[in-house]
Ligand binder design. Structure first.
Ligand SMILES: [Zn+2]
Length: 308
């Protein structure tokens, strides 16, 4: 059996080199992609831990602790008492969307969830609390985000729906485009009520239902800072914000907004992004100016919507 680790590895972990090498080796053996086994616990390793934990924890915390649940899973279980796990073992099958992204994630989840005898799951308390959602992580490499998804530019939205209004500022103003106005709706989408383009609002409801089923603690932390908002993009006098068509939303976690442009992202948003991506939403952490609180309908999702 494994020699064990002396300290924790992962998000806010001790991350001693030898422990990190042990965890990276086991993650690789479990089929997780993390690049080099280099003894350095960076974003790739943390994200691999989170993906691995999705196979058996309802709320992954990105941390492997000595002789705790994740370590036991990595080392093939055993040693734990026979008491039942407090939460059912759940496979992440984020979505049944027949997209490449969805299939890839389902495949990754299948790899991440090896069959583990029930008694191997430790009787841990609720794994992770909402407190770690606001931990700041370095933005993951942009090329690793939003796989296969693209942010729609103004040209696409103007071509399909027309201009929301004639002129814009940095502040929200009413939509004057009558056809577009008729597409707006105000509805509950699960954790809160939003105003946005009807098909985008319907899609959001699906995203949040996925989150509620698979990560209820994260779901309970969700709030919004607004969906439809007719204005220019921040610090621009030419580019219209996608919020103007009601196809983008800004989110809060435990009431907090992730700061824009600091290349750091809340842990909770890292956990949330795959749910959005799987339903065709683009995460704003992939913009050149990082905007991790922001999610918007991708080009392919917009293409699936009816015209005005
Ligand atoms: Zn936004």
């Amino acid at each position: 059996m494994s020699a064990g680790i002396q300290g924790s590895v992962g998000l806010d972990g001790g991350n001693a080199r030898s422990d990190t090498i042990a965890v990276q080796t086991l993650l690789t053996r479990a089929g997780m992609q993390l690049g080099l086994i280099d003894g350095r616990c960076g974003p790739k390793t943390i994200s691999a831990i989170i993906h691995y934990q999705r196979g058996f924890l309802r709320t992954p915390d990105g941390l492997v602790e000595p002789d705790a649940t994740t370590w036991r899973h990595l080392t093939g279980g055993g040693g734990a008492s026979a008491s039942a796990a407090p939460t059912p073992i759940r496979r992440v099958t984020p979505v049944r969307t027949p997209t490449r992204v969805g299939l890839a994630q389902a495949a990754a989840a299948a790899v991440a969830a090896p069959r583990v005898p029930a008694q191997a799951a430790a009787p841990t308390p609720a794994p992770n609390s909402s407190s770690s959602f606001l931990t700041k992580l370095p933005r993951p490499p942009r090329t690793s985000l939003n796989k296969g998804l693209h942010s729609p530019g103004n040209t696409l939205l103007l071509g399909k729906y027309g201009a929301p209004r004639q002129n814009y500022s940095q502040n929200d103003q009413p939509i004057t485009n009558e056809k577009l106005k008729r597409m707006m709706t105000t509805e509950h989408v699960g954790p809160f009520k939003v105003t946005g383009m009807a098909p985008a609002v319907a899609s959001l409801r699906q995203v949040f239902a996925d989150v509620q089923a698979q990560m209820p603690t994260l779901y309970n932390a969700l709030g919004t800072a607004g969906m439809k908002c007719v204005r220019y993009q921040r610090n621009s006098t030419t580019k219209i914000s996608n919020h103007s068509w009601g196809t983008a939303i800004d989110l809060t976690l435990n009431g907090k907004l992730d700061g824009r442009g600091d290349n750091k992202v809340y842990h909770g948003l890292v956990l949330l992004a795959p749910f959005f991506n799987a339903r065709g939403w683009y995460w704003g952490a992939g913009f050149s100016t990082e905007d991790a609180m922001h999610f918007e309908c991708s080009t392919s999702l917009i293409a699936s919507f009816p015209s005005a």
